[in-house]
Design a protein around this ligand. Structure first.
Ligand SMILES: [Zn+2]
Ligand SMILES: [Zn+2]
Length: 140
């Protein structure tokens, strides 16, 4: 499974001697269900709806250790750091109109033909950002 799962988060917290607080559980649940690559502020707002008084530090710390544990990744898009609970290799589609960031499975893109690089670097992986109009914005 390459998508963040709350059960895996619980195992990880236990093995690191961390406490799975209700706030951390809410953060894990939110990320597990989120498909829009939320920013830390969006995570904070969502968790605050359930647990008002959740501090920014709690959210940032939790996001940090989830990232360190390899359970989420950071995606830089639109000048913001976003969090991605999908750690499988994949690409992104960014809507030029609403700014939404969607996942594109790597199998949907045929292999890129990469020309010889200037310093003969060896490419091991690549991520492509496709840009255009999302389904919702096409209907507007
Ligand atoms: Zn859109
Ligand atoms: Zn993604």
């Amino acid at each position: 499974m390459t998508r963040l799962q709350r059960t895996a988060v619980e195992k990880m917290t236990q093995s690191r001697g961390l406490k799975m607080t209700p706030q951390r559980r809410a953060i894990a649940d939110y990320l597990q269900a989120a498909h829009h690559h939320p920013t830390a502020d969006e995570v904070l707002q969502a968790v605050n709806r359930k647990f008002p008084m959740t501090s920014r530090a709690t959210v940032y710390n939790t996001l940090n250790w989830l990232k360190e544990a390899g359970m989420i990744r950071e995606v830089f898009e639109g000048g913001m750091v976003r969090f991605d609970p999908n750690t499988a290799r994949h690409h992104h589609f960014v809507c030029n109109s609403c700014g939404k960031v969607e996942d594109v499975e790597s199998s949907l893109l045929s292999a890129l033909k990469i020309c010889k690089l200037p310093d003969s670097q060896i490419v091991e992986a690549y991520e492509v950002t496709l840009r255009g109009l999302c389904a919702a914005c096409q209907k507007k």
